[in-house]
Ligand binder design. Structure first.
Ligand code: ADP
Ligand code: MG
Ligand code: MG
Length: 878
């Protein structure tokens, strides 16, 4: 480079907006100095120097120490103290601070400048030997640990051995500790430098090194902090101020508003006669900031004013470090406060009303994913309870209930109004009735896409899956962890589907609360978003919830989900098992009656908003018992003997034959969706008729209905045309019988690669299209989702072979390209054709942004995620 960049800036000359150069901490200190807040003087060595340090193979650049010396001299003249002076020593802290906040991940050294001589000067000058010695022992410990690599546990041991605590005033004990600390340093084989300039040089070196320390690297990986976001740490050198100078001194942390609730009131902790990390280290019990008001009223008043100024300036809640030295307040750090989702909603709305920010800024501040915290019950954060095991967090929310291992028992108890948590190795469609009756589901096998996980998410019930630390005993009456019985049936347990944690007691939970601020955020989002949001809802309850949250219709109503109640499964089984035409017709008529009443309830709830109904999708064998289960039952009946058992056994054997007939090698690519609809036309006809009849009844009652029927798994236009033919004739018949016109349109799902390639042909036959991105992703990658997520995808993600899980966020390059192509082809045929997406991607903020960009009319997301989708849609429009 041409000119040599300035390596060091004093707080009063630095540009506090330049976080990239100064790090967050340095920039904040510079900004606060400019605001006239009481910040001790200091200077910043830039992140550029950190880069140079690494370029040179972890060596401080030539000439840097000369600059540091100059800066220290300037600091001396500002403070009137002298670095290394035995009478009036200047002490400093050497602090880390990256452009992106990484709290506690890198190193900071306090009280630098002390040695056996200067400590006596500090003692004489402050008139408090105890204080000076306390500062010294802290310095040796930090320096020893961070720079010399001494074992911190040995220091802690020595402290305890000498009976030292934070308020210790025993001089003799402190001197002893200092002696043993020095020898612990010696034991490292490195020399403890007495020269303060050597001390500061080594400290700067150590802070730069901590940028690539294990903790820091892991943190950046975890939070996706890339080199372009932060390419090193700055080093900030600050004149020390002392919170450990007696009862009129203190150190603390204060949030300008409550970071849990968002309440506009100072929140935080402080400790009298303490320094730096003492407040957060947990070694002492700090006092609540409220108490400062009575203990040091003047300081409290000043601190409140500082907080107000900071908020007015940064227009965000701040998290502030302060120290009181003999009654004088100093501010040592400020940064944007990390808050709970609830607090982030409340403070954003409040700040808008206070005139600090506008609506767009308010919306941009809230993390849509974080809203999950508000939408589901959660474990009370004040409770400190250890989980007995941790599984996969599969469906958010926390629930407590009675542990039940048996499906029938869970269903029965649930119906009696008891709160049960169903615990199984894994689950199957037969178990779904028990899901409805349980408050939560826990399984020991499977991943995020296992049956239990998918069904629980659809219902919005807390669910933990794949909790392999838990072993269910063969009798199914208890589970063990690490070989010891942890819970027996009937005992209370708690699961947290947001974290995967399992507790063997009842843990208090906090109910979700839709606050007025939250409603306001949803309202603003609805005004600003550029795409419609519909819900995936299969039941009237789910439709109600969707409406409450502001969904603009239902984008996916899965008709098979309606069969998931016991009496209905039995009926469906009857239909599948029917031997004669007559038997089948009878079963179908029954089913039609039930479906019709379900559709009526949903249409009524949606009040004329569009409702998209998908015809039957899964293969028929999903509605029959599993082969192994049937064989087991037959075996048991055989050994039981007797007339009744005999006839039961014959029935099961017949079912077993049918199960075997219908079984498939690869059901995902097998006889399902439109393929079933065409080979068993009476099923689709029944479903279409149920929709038409429901719509007709309601229309006559004066209820507005706007319905859409869509066909799953379409690959060829002929498949779609065949079903369309069915649809037209059933609809015509209904219109004729009821003497009305029905407002029902007909469309296709796009979830098979071929359907994308022939989208123009399909567009001629369809009134609308809906991307089923779950299946389309599987089909595009030729990955089965369950196998991918269970086996190789985690490995791919870890190794960076794939950057994002395509089942969570739309793969824009591949699947996205197919989508764009499809939209273009279809709209060439029908210019205004409505095209949307349903499937889990509909609730993913990144995917919503993409769907907005490619011109989709709507995304359809799970009812429970509607607020997340609405906010994400607004954010992608502003
Ligand atoms: P972290 O980034 O881990 O918070 P900091 O650099 O902020 O590390 O410092 C750790 C602690 O030491 C904080 O409590 C801070 O307020 C305190 N501290 C840092 N510099 C000084 C100083 N010059 N005088 C008094 N306390 C300080
Ligand atoms: Mg700090
Ligand atoms: Mg599908």
């Amino acid at each position: 480079s041409s000119a040599i960049a300035k390596p060091i800036y004093f707080f009063d000359e630095a540009d506090g907006k330049n976080r990239a150069l100064l790090g967050g901490k340095g920039a904040g200190l510079a900004e606060m100095t400019k605001l006239g807040l009481p910040v001790p003087p200091g200077f910043i060595i830039t992140t550029d120097i950190c880069e140079k340090f690494y370029e040179a193979g972890k060596r401080l650049p030539d000439g840097l120490m000369d600059e540091v010396r100059k800066s220290v001299r300037r600091l001396e003249s500002i403070t009137g103290k002298k670095f290394g002076d035995a009478k009036n020593p200047l002490l400093v802290s050497v602090r880390s601070g990256a452009p992106v906040s990484m709290p506690g991940m890198m190193d900071t050294i306090l009280n630098l400048g002390l040695n056996d001589q200067t400590v006596e000067g500090l003692a004489a000058q402050s008139g408090d030997a105890r204080f000076a010695l306390d500062a010294y022992r802290r310095f040796i410990q930090m320096f020893g640990k961070i720079v010399l690599g001494a074992d911190d546990r040995q220091f802690e041991k020595a402290l305890v051995g000498n009976g030292i605590n934070n308020n210790s005033s025993d001089e003799k004990a402190l001197r002893q500790v200092i002696a043993s600390f020095r020898s612990l340093c010696e034991a490292t084989g490195k020399r403890f430098p007495d020269d303060p300039y050597k001390q500061i040089e080594l400290a700067i070196d150590a802070v730069f090194r901590s940028w690539t320390g294990k903790r820091a690297v892991e943190y950046r990986r975890q939070y996706g902090i890339t080199p372009d976001m932060a390419n090193g740490t700055a080093v900030t050198v600050v004149a020390m101020v002392f919170g450990n100078m007696g009862r009129d001194s203190a150190t603390g942390v204060v949030f300008t508003r409550n970071p849990e609730t968002g309440e506009k009131k100072l929140y935080g902790d402080y400790l009298v006669n303490a320094q730096g990390e003492d407040v957060v280290s947990g070694k002492a019990n700090p006092s609540h900031i409220d108490q400062l008001e009575s203990e040091m009223p003047q300081v409290f008043g000043q601190l409140s004013q500082v907080c107000q100024k900071l908020e007015n300036h940064f227009r965000e809640c701040q998290d502030v470090e302060f120290t009181v030295e003999r009654g004088r307040l100093y501010i040592l750090q400020t940064r944007t406060a990390k808050m709970s989702a609830g607090a982030s909603v409340k403070t954003s709305v409040d700040m808008y009303h206070e005139g600090l920010i506008n609506k767009v800024e308010a919306l941009q501040r809230i993390d849509p994913e974080g809203l999950e915290q508000i939408l589901y019950p959660r474990i009370d954060s004040h409770v400190k309870q250890k989980p007995v095991a941790t599984g996969v967090a599969a469906s958010p929310g926390a629930a407590s209930g009675i542990a039940v291992f048996d499906v029938a028992k869970a269903e029965a108890m649930g119906k009696r109004g008891e709160k049960v948590i169903l615990i199984r190795e894994d689950t199957k469609p037969d178990d779904v009735p028990a899901f409805f009756q349980s408050v939560g589901i826990l399984t020991t096998r499977g991943g995020k896409t296992s049956h239990a996980a998918v069904v629980a998410r659809g219902m919005g019930k807390p669910c933990v899956v794949g909790c392999s630390q838990i072993e269910i005993d063969p009798e199914g009456a208890s589970f063990s962890v690490a070989g010891r019985v942890a819970v027996s049936e009937g005992q209370k347990i708690t699961i947290d589907g947001s974290t995967g944690r399992v507790y063997t007691v009842e843990v208090p939970t906090v109910a979700p609360e839709i606050t007025s601020e939250f409603k306001e955020i949803l309202q603003w989002s609805a005004e600003m978003k550029a795409i419609r949001i519909r819900a995936n809802a299969d039941t009237p309850e789910s439709a109600t919830l969707a409406r409450k949250y502001g969904a603009e219709g239902i984008g996916l109503c899965r008709t098979e989900r309606m069969f998931n109640q016991h009496d209905r499964i039995a009926l469906f089984t009857k239909m599948v098992m029917a031997e004669t035409e007559q038997e089948r017709e009878k079963a179908l008529a029954e089913l039609e009656r039930l479906q019709k009443s379900d559709f009526k309830a949903i249409f009524k709830e949606m009040q004329g908003l569009p409702v998209t109904i998908r015809l039957l999708d899964p293969p028929l064998h999903e509605f029959l018992p599993k082969e192994e289960d049937l064989m087991m039952q037959i075996f048991e009946l055989k050994s039981e003997g007797g007339h009744k058992a005999e006839s039961e056994m014959l029935k099961r054997e017949k079912m077993l034959r049918r199960v075997r007939e219908l079984s498939e090698i690869n059901p995902m690519l097998g006889h399902r969706g439109v393929r079933v609809g065409i080979t068993f036309p009476e099923i689709y006809e029944m479903q279409i008729r149920a929709v038409c009849e429901a719509a007709a009844d309601l229309t006559k009652e004066g209820v507005k209905v706007e319905s859409q029927i869509m066909v799953p798994q379409v690959a060829t236009v002929n498949e779609l045309a065949t079903v369309r033919h069915m649809f037209e004739s059933v609809k015509r018949d209904a219109e004729h019988r009821h003497k009305i016109k029905l407002k029902i349109v007909f469309g296709s799902m796009i979830e098979v690669v071929r359907s994308c390639l022939v989208a123009d042909e399909i567009a001629h036959v369809a009134d609308f299209l809906s991307f089923g991105t779950n299946d389309l992703t599987q089909a595009t990658f030729s990955f089965s989702r369950e196998d991918a997520e269970g086996k190789f995808l985690p490995f791919y993600l870890e190794k960076g072979v794939i950057a994002v899980n395509p089942f969570q966020s739309i793969d824009q390059k591949g699947v996205g390209r197919l989508m764009k192509m499809t939209i273009e082809m279809a709209r060439k045929v029908k210019k205004d054709m409505e095209i949307g997406i349903c499937g889990e991607h509909g609730g993913d903020p990144k995917s919503i942004e993409f769907c907005t960009a490619i011109g989709l009319d709507y995304v359809s997301a799970s009812s429970h995620r509607i607020p997340i989708a609405i906010l994400a849609a607004a954010q992608s429009a502003i």
